[in-house]
Design a protein around this ligand. Structure first.
Ligand SMILES: O=C(O)CCC(=O)C(=O)O
Ligand SMILES: [Fe+2]
Length: 234
């Protein structure tokens, strides 16, 4: 994987992680063989352990879901063990994900594989508000580490087109992503960023119930408004 020569630092990218033929087989499985939730908006399916939005750790009540056969060859080979949690998400054109930093304390490494149509992900510096768009090409594996993982938020605008740096407008189409997470032991983060780090916020007395309510509110409003930083992942 190669680090992108941009701010935020820490974005590692491997293009062509799988072949177009392999991707076509996966999209066929995603379209025809999986039981997706029956609703609109971004759709998620969880594998491995399920994350609890109440405890901000593993949901003890949801049994571990073994990785299906199609998922095994898609696990990042750059880590010493398989991830604890994998989330498959479907983005129809016009759907996105609000700006957020994946929760710091329970999770360590974070990877995302893009499949289907490309789209732009927006990174935002929690200190300066600077924004940088990164093109998530089909079949590319991205690792978010360092600043891109801890100190910048990431999100996808809910819109049907993306404007490219040269001004051309690229229509969105069906996109799927796999997000891979590894549990951190012990579940604390020492980065100290009170805006984005749940460990720092907890030490500072910010209630997690409050943060979760805020996230739900934002998700409901499908918030993509600039300047919003929330601290959960879904
Ligand atoms: O769709 C993606 O590539 C990333 C999704 C994401 O940010 C998340 O699930 O936390
Ligand atoms: Fe995320």
């Amino acid at each position: 994987m190669e680090e992108l020569p941009i701010r935020p630092s820490g974005i590692l990218m491997q293009t062509d992680f799988i072949t177009p033929e392999h991707e076509a087989k996966l999209l066929d499985i995603f379209r025809n063989n999986l039981q997706w939730p029956d609703r609109s908006g971004r759709l998620s399916l969880h594998y491995g352990y399920t994350f609890s939005y109440k405890t901000f750790g593993i949901d003890e009540e949801t049994p571990y879901k073994p990785f299906p056969d199609w998922l095994v060859p898609l696990l990042p080979p750059t880590e010493s063990r398989a991830p604890d949690q994998v989330c498959l998400q479907y983005y129809a054109p016009g759907t996105g994900i609000p700006p957020h930093a994946d929760t710091h304390s329970p999770f360590d490494q974070l990877y995302s594989l893009s499949l289907g149509a490309p789209l732009m992900m927006v990174f935002r510096d929690s200190e300066t508000g600077d924004k940088v768009e990164v093109d998530l090409l089909a079949r590319s594996m991205m690792q978010m580490s360092g600043d891109s993982r801890l100190h910048w938020t990431h999100g996808i605008k809910s819109r049907k087109t993306d404007t490219m740096p040269d001004g051309t407008v690229r229509p969105r189409a069906d996109r799927w992503s796999l997000t891979y997470r590894w549990l951190r032991q012990p579940a604390v983060c020492e980065c100290g960023n009170e805006k984005l780090c749940d460990t720092a916020q907890r030490r500072n007395g910010v209630e997690k119930e409050y943060r979760w309510k805020q996230y739900e509110e934002d998700a409901k409003n499908n918030a993509t408004a600039a300047g919003k930083s929330i601290n959960l992942r879904r």
